[in-house]
Ligand binder design. Structure first.
Ligand SMILES: Cc1cc2nc3c(=O)[nH]c(=O)nc-3n(C[C@H](O)[C@H](O)[C@H](O)COP(=O)(O)O)c2cc1C
Length: 406
C-alpha cells in the first residue's frame, strides 16, 4: 500500500508526496528517492521557507519550477542524455499515455515509461518550448497552442519517446528535436492500425527489413541517445527471430517484442513462447510484452521468456499501481491520483477522458452515471468537479497564477 492516504491527506502533503514519495521498490530506488527528497527539503529550507509556506513550495516543486524570491531554477532544460539506459530487470510502462499516466506509473514503481506514439510528420511541425507556468518542456505545433508532447525534468531519466515513421531522414530530424529531453527514442514497428499501415509505418515496417535497417542505423549513427524499437510477431516464429537478429545488428540498445501477430486481437493470448525464441537468439536485452495484468505476472513472463525486462500496457492503463510490489491500490484511488496529476500538469482534457474511460470500461461501465458524466465533461475543471477535486484544482491554478505575476 502507499504510504499516504489518497482520501484524507491535505492538498499540500499530497502534492509533495506525489513528487518525492514514489512507493519504495525493493531495488535501488529508495536511496535515490530519499536523497532527492532530502535535497528538496534542504533547498526549501535554504530558501528560508517557513514550514507553513513549504506547502506552497511543494506545489511549486510539483509543477516543476522551484521559485524563490527573484530566483527561478528552470526545469526540463536540455541536458546531455544519459550515456546509457539500462534495460535489465526493468518494469516498463508501454507507449500509451501522456505525462500524468507516466508519472503515476513511475510513482507506483515503473522504471521506464514510454510516451504514446507520435508520428514524425506531426512532430516535425513542432517547436520546443519551456513552459514556465507548469514547469514542463512542451513540443507545440508551430502557430498553434497544440501540445503534441509534454515532458518534464522528473521523468527525464526514464521517459522514452516513441515515434511512428517510414523514413530514416525524417525519423532522424524528428528525433533530433526531442532527443536531449528524453532517455531514449523508440520506433514503433507494431502498430496494426490502418492509418499506420497506409503510411508505411508501424507494422508495415515488419516486411521491410532494409528500411528498418536504414531507419535504425541512421538514428544510431547520428545521435547519442539510446535507440530501441518495438515489434510484433511475424507469421512464423523463425521469421520473427530472423528479423530480430537483423535489428540487433543495427546496434539498438534493446528490442521490445509484443507477443501477438498483426491480425491478432487484444483478447488473443500473447505468445510468450515465441518471445522466448527471440530472447534465445539475441544478446541485447529483450523487453517482453503481452498479458501482464498482476504484479506476479512480471516474474511469470520473465521466467517463461527469459526476457531482460517486461512491458505492460492494458494492465497499467486500468490500474497503474500494477507496478507496486505491495499489491494493487483500489482503482478509485488510482483514478483520483490520475486526475490530480492531470490537473497539475494541465493535461489535454481529451487524453484525460480517454484514460478515465478505459479505467471505467474495465472496472465499471460507461453507460452508468460516472461514465456518462466523464463523456460530457469539456474541461479539466469539469472533471475536477466530478471527482470532488475542485479545491485541488483551484489551489494548483492559484499557485500558477501567483507564479506568473511574481
Ligand atoms: C490504449 C492503448 C494505446 C496503445 N498505444 C500504443 C502506441 O502508441 N504504441 C505502441 O507501440 N503500442 C501501443 N499500444 C499497444 C501496447 O503497447 C501493447 O503492445 C499491447 O497492448 C499489448 O500489451 P498488453 O497485453 O499489456 O496490453 C497501445 C495499447 C493500448 C491499450
Amino acid at each position: 500500500m502507499l504510504s499516504f492516504s489518497l482520501e484524507h491527506e491535505s492538498i499540500d502533503s499530497l502534492s509533495w508526496s506525489s513528487v518525492c514519495s514514489a512507493p519504495p521498490r525493493p531495488r535501488q530506488r529508495q536511496p535515490a528517492a530519499t536523497v532527492r527528497s532530502v535535497r528538496r527539503r534542504r533547498f526549501a529550507l535554504r530558501c528560508g521557507l517557513a514550514s507553513k509556506a513549504i506547502g506552497i513550495a511543494r506545489v511549486i516543486e510539483d509543477v516543476g519550477t522551484v521559485v524563490t524570491s527573484g530566483s527561478k531554477e528552470p526545469v526540463g532544460s536540455a541536458a546531455s542524455p544519459p550515456a546509457n539506459m539500462e534495460y535489465e530487470n526493468k518494469h516498463v510502462l508501454a507507449p500509451m499515455g501522456t505525462l500524468p499516466l507516466r508519472l503515476l506509473a513511475a510513482q507506483y514503481g515503473a522504471d521506464i515509461t514510454y510516451g504514446e506514439e507520435i508520428i514524425d510528420h506531426k512532430f516535425l511541425k513542432c517547436e520546443r518550448r519551456m513552459n514556465e507556468r507548469i514547469g514542463s518542456t512542451d513540443f507545440v505545433e508551430k502557430g498553434t497552442e497544440n501540445v503534441v508532447f509534454r515532458t518534464c525534468k522528473q521523468e527525464r531519466e526514464r521517459v522514452v519517446f516513441q515515434m511512428g515513421t517510414s523514413d530514416a531522414v525524417r525519423a532522424l530530424r524528428a528525433a533530433e528535436i526531442v532527443c536531449k529531453d528524453v532517455a531514449a527514442v523508440d520506433i514503433n514497428m507494431g502498430c496494426p492500425k490502418s492509418f499506420s499501415l497506409s503510411g508505411g509505418m508501424g507494422a508495415a515496417l515488419l516486411n521491410k527489413p532494409e528500411l528498418i535497417h536504414d531507419i535504425l542505423t541512421t538514428l544510431k549513427r547520428n545521435m547519442d541517445t539510446p535507440v530501441t524499437c518495438k515489434i510484433r510477431l511475424l507469421k512464423h516464429s523463425h521469421d520473427t527471430v530472423e528479423l530480430a537478429r537483423r535489428i540487433e545488428k543495427t546496434g539498438v540498445s534493446a528490442l521490445t517484442v509484443h507477443g501477438r501477430r498483426v491480425p491478432d486481437r487484444p483478447r488473443d493470448p500473447a505468445k510468450w513462447d515465441e518471445i522466448a525464441n527471440v530472447v534465445a537468439a539475441l544478446s541485447i536485452p529483450v523487453i517482453a510484452n503481452g498479458d501482464v495484468f498482476e504484479y506476479d505476472d512480471f516474474q511469470r513472463i520473465k521466467v517463461a521468456t527469459g526476457a531482460s525486462s517486461v512491458m505492460v500496457a492494458r494492465g497499467a492503463l486500468w490500474n497503474a499501481s500494477i507496478f507496486s510490489p505491495e499489491g494493487k491500490v483500489p482503482w478509485e484511488d488510482v483514478k483520483r491520483e490520475y486526475i490530480r496529476k492531470s490537473i497539475l500538469w494541465d493535461n489535454d482534457v481529451k487524453s484525460t477522458k480517454h484514460t478515465l474511460k478505459e479505467m471505467i470500461m474495465h472496472y465499471s461501465c460507461l453507460e452508468l452515471a460516472e461514465g456518462k458524466a466523464v463523456i460530457k465533461s469539456d474541461t479539466l475543471a469539469d472533471l475536477a468537479r466530478l471527482y470532488g477535486e475542485e479545491e485541488y484544482y483551484q489551489h494548483v491554478n492559484k499557485t500558477r497564477f501567483q507564479d506568473g505575476v511574481d
